[in-house]
Design a protein around this ligand. Structure first.
Ligand code: ADP
Length: 522
């Protein structure tokens, strides 16, 4: 056809419509409408006359006014993008020669110079003798779809490039097919073989350490149920040689328009070295603290002996120095004990042993122990509540909580004659311990930080130079482990009230509390 002269005229277009497309004429209105709706135009080329007839929609696709004029072959070629003209010509030519149907994509240039991409389909109509009588076809504007495909392709390419460049194991779970794609790092870093078929989410789950598996499984299920997009978890993962490494897994959930999760894309970062360092640090802290405890206790004993005149009577200034050594030693013992407490909870070495306990007696013992510290400056009031006498708590840990709160209340009350109120009651489904003082209070700006380890408010540093900033942190760790809560109300200069709540079953042991946390997360 490219070699033929085009002789397109208005009459020829009319002829073509009459001869080839007559059956369609009856429906032409609805056909036009249908074409407009789906943005597909159609054309017919009558070989005998050389005329090409376009549907209205095809004119619109080319940015032209419908049926204002007919389009000849050469003019049609001018509308094709210059770089695609040769391809389009040869496809049509080949179809003409072979009488085969054809399908292709090409670009066109609109009168406003914008470029669109069309998808064309066509077929050849021959007469009984086998001579080509006409060609007809359709053209659809696929520019937007192509752009979306290209964008998708580019982002897919980027994802693959990042996956190839990183030594982290990157995965992509298809929740519809229940398959799991991994990047090459699964092979190069973890030594698992490349598979012809894809891995599955169950395969991954089964390679998570048995002690971590249920937790991870529950948190993935909870993630899919909730509307969250991101997820982070740490667990031990088995390598091909059977050894385990520590993993930090960060994932992102893709959802469809109904918010149903369809894919989870994530990366598994090997944090074994970091974990190893943390373990070494914790071990070091606990070892040093243990080692310090014995000599510190001897120092305390010896200074006590010295100051009580056990060896020889001391001069006044010697006595003064020895007392200073003694109080520093006591402070150091206190610090070492708190660090040990924190480190044993943080490393999970602390076992909670809840037993039925006379909590009222336990609180009274703590008050009695603290009273000498109060040095008659402050009064502590406490009326045991018989309805909350026997509760299941770990006596050591509960004593620690009461002790820390009481010590703070006494130490941060500077006004002589002030009273500290202590209560322990059952309030609906909880037990509430309250320690209320009328001391220095906590400044507003310090309030969000006081449960952080080593944090001390400025007014507290000024009032008492000897704090560690670990007492409340330790209480929070204990309560996190045992299913309790702590909060406070305070106003600077007016005083503070600390509240501790325990569930009606009392303190829970580590396993019970873990199970409840998982259940509420799910
Ligand atoms: P420490 O008392 O050894 O500094 P804590 O962890 O027990 O450490 O307390 C952290 C900080 O919280 C204190 O330094 C102080 O700023 C504030 N705080 C705690 N209890 C009270 C209280 N009863 N009154 C005023 N401030 C308090």
């Amino acid at each position: 056809m490219t070699t033929r002269e085009s002789t397109t005229t208005e009459t020829a277009v009319q002829n073509t419509s009459d001869t080839i497309n007559r059956p369609l004429e009856a429906n032409s209105i609805s056909l036009d409408e249908a074409q407009e709706l789906v943005h597909i135009g159609s054309w017919q080329w009558d070989v005998a006359s050389g005329a090409i007839a376009w549907s209205d929609e095809l004119y619109r696709i080319y940015g032209l006014k419908p049926r204002v004029r007919s389009i000849g072959y050469e003019e049609f070629m001018q509308l094709i993008h210059p770089d695609d003209r040769e391809k389009v010509g040869s496809i049509i030519n080949e179809a003409y020669q072979t009488k085969q149907s054809f399908e292709f994509e090409h670009r066109i240039v609109l009168p406003n110079k914008k470029i669109r991409i069309l998808h064309g389909k066509g077929k050849v109509i021959s007469d009984e003798a086998g001579n080509v009588k006409a060609m007809l076809g359709t053209s659809q504007d696929i520019t937007e779809r192509k752009k979306a495909d290209q964008a998708l392709h580019r982002s897919d390419e980027r994802f693959r490039a990042v996956s190839a460049a990183t030594s982290d194991v990157v995965y992509d779970i298809d929740l519809q097919t229940n398959t799991m794609w991994f990047n090459d790092a699964l092979n190069t870093e973890y030594n698992y073989p490349q598979r012809r078929t894809l891995y599955t989410p169950d395969w991954r789950l089964n390679h998570i350490h048995a002690d971590d598996r249920e937790r991870v499984k529950a948190s993935i299920e909870a993630l899919l149920d909730r509307q969250d997009k991101t997820w982070v978890s740490e667990y031990r993962f088995r390598l091909h040689d059977g050894t385990y490494i520590d993993i930090r897994d960060r994932a992102f959930v893709l959802r469809d328009t109904d918010r149903k999760p369809i894919r989870i894309i994530g990366s598994m970062l090997d944090i074994s070295q970091q974990k190893e360092l943390e373990r070494a640090k914790d071990k070091f802290i606990s070892l040093v603290s243990h080692q310090l405890r014995t000599p510190l206790t001897s120092m305390r004993l010896l200074t006590e002996m010295l100051s009580s005149g056990y060896a020889e009577e001391l001069t006044v200034s010697q006595h003064d120095y020895v007392q200073k050594i003694e109080s520093s030693t006591v402070r150091m013992i206190h610090l070492v004990n708190e660090i040990l407490g924190v480190s044993s909870i943080e490393t999970g070495r602390l076992n909670v042993r809840p037993t039925e306990t006379d909590v009222c007696a336990l609180i009274q013992t703590q008050i009695d122990e603290i009273t000498p510290l109060a040095e008659q400056r402050v009064k502590i009031t406490y009326t045991p509540d018989e309805t909350a006498r026997t509760v299941t708590v770990d006596p050591t840990l509960f004593s620690q909580i009461v002790h820390n709160l009481l010590t703070n209340a006494v130490r941060y009350t500077l006004r002589d004659g002030a009273t500290i109120h202590v209560s322990f009651q059952k309030v609906r489904e909880e037990y509430i311990l309250t320690v209320q003082d009328h001391g220095i209070g906590i400044p507003m700006e310090a309030q969000p930080h006081i449960f952080n380890g080593f944090y001390r408010a400025n007014n507290a540093i000024k009032a008492r130079g000897d704090g560690t900033g670990l007492g409340l942190y330790l209480i929070r760790l204990i309560l996190d482990m045992t299913g309790g809560k702590i909060w406070f109300k305070s106003q600077e200069g007016e005083g503070s009230t600390f509240y501790v709540s325990l569930p009606s079953c009392g303190m829970m042991n580590n396993q019970m509390n873990k199970a409840i946390i998982q259940k509420t997360q799910a």
